[in-house]
Design a protein around this ligand. Structure first.
Ligand code: SF4
Ligand code: SF4
Length: 197
C-alpha cells in the first residue's frame, strides 16, 4: 500500500512538472512534442544508442563485454568477431568522449538532430566534389589524409574497409552522412568535398 502511495506521489510530481513546463513554455513544448512524435523511429533508435553509450560510461565499459551481442549489432554487425579489436574500441570510446568534452571543433561536427533519418552515403544535395579533387568520384583512394585513419578509428579495417559499415552507429551518426557541414570538412581537411553554394 505504502509503495502504491509513493508511486502515485511520484507520478503526480512528474505530471505537475510537465504541466508547469507546458504552461511556462507552450511553444517550445509543442515543438518538442511534434518533433518527437513525428519521427518516432529515428528518435527511438538514437535513444537506444545513447542508452548503450550511457551504460558503457556507467559501468566503465563493462557493459560492452557483458552485452557484447547488442554492442556488436549496434556498431559492427557485418564484421567477423576475429576482426574486432575489442580493447582498442573500449579505449577509443573514451577518447571520443574526451575529445567531445575538450575540443570545440570536434563537437561542431555533430549537428544531426535526434529526429534526422539515417544516411548510408554522402548526401549529394548538400555537398559536391571539389574541382581540385584528383581522384575518382566513387572512392577516396586519392586521399592521403583519410578521415577514418586520422581519427585512428579501430573500426577502420584492412584495405580501408569500414568494419562499422551499415551499423546503427554508422547510419545515424556522422560516418554514413559524412560530410554534411563545413565543420566536418574543415576538421579533417578533406580534399574531396565542399558544401554546395
Ligand atoms: S578526408 Fe575526405 S577525401 Fe579523405 S577519406 Fe575522408 S572523405 Fe575521403
Ligand atoms: S567510417 Fe571511418 S570513422 Fe566511421 S566507423 Fe567506419 S572506419 Fe570508423
Amino acid at each position: 500500500m505504502k509503495k502504491a502511495i509513493k508511486f502515485l506521489l511520484i507520478l503526480l510530481m512528474f505530471a505537475a512538472i510537465v504541466l508547469s513546463l507546458v504552461i511556462m513554455f507552450p511553444k517550445k513544448c509543442a515543438r518538442v512534442w511534434i518533433t518527437v512524435t513525428g519521427k518516432p523511429k529515428n528518435v527511438a533508435i538514437r535513444l537506444y544508442l545513447y542508452g548503450l553509450f550511457g551504460l558503457f560510461l556507467a559501468t566503465g565499459g563493462l557493459s560492452m563485454f557483458v552485452l557484447f551481442p547488442l554492442y556488436k549489432q549496434a556498431f559492427a554487425p557485418r564484421a567477423k568477431l576475429s576482426e574486432l579489436p575489442v580493447f582498442k574500441l573500449w579505449a577509443h570510446i573514451y577518447k571520443v568522449i574526451w575529445r567531445s568534452v575538450t575540443d570545440g571543433a570536434y563537437r561542431k561536427m555533430y549537428p544531426s538532430e535526434i529526429t534526422d533519418p539515417p544516411k548510408l552515403n554522402t548526401d549529394r544535395s548538400l555537398v559536391e566534389i571539389k574541382p581540385t579533387w584528383a581522384g575518382e568520384d566513387g572512392n577516396c583512394d586519392a586521399c592521403e589524409n583519410t578521415c577514418c585513419g586520422r581519427l585512428k578509428c579501430p573500426l577502420f579495417g584492412e584495405n580501408g574497409r569500414c568494419l562499422g559499415y551499415d551499423s546503427i552507429f554508422f547510419n545515424y551518426f556522422y560516418c554514413g552522412r559524412y560530410p554534411e557541414n563545413q565543420a566536418q570538412i574543415d576538421y579533417y581537411d578533406c580534399p574531396k568535398w565542399q558544401l554546395k553554394e
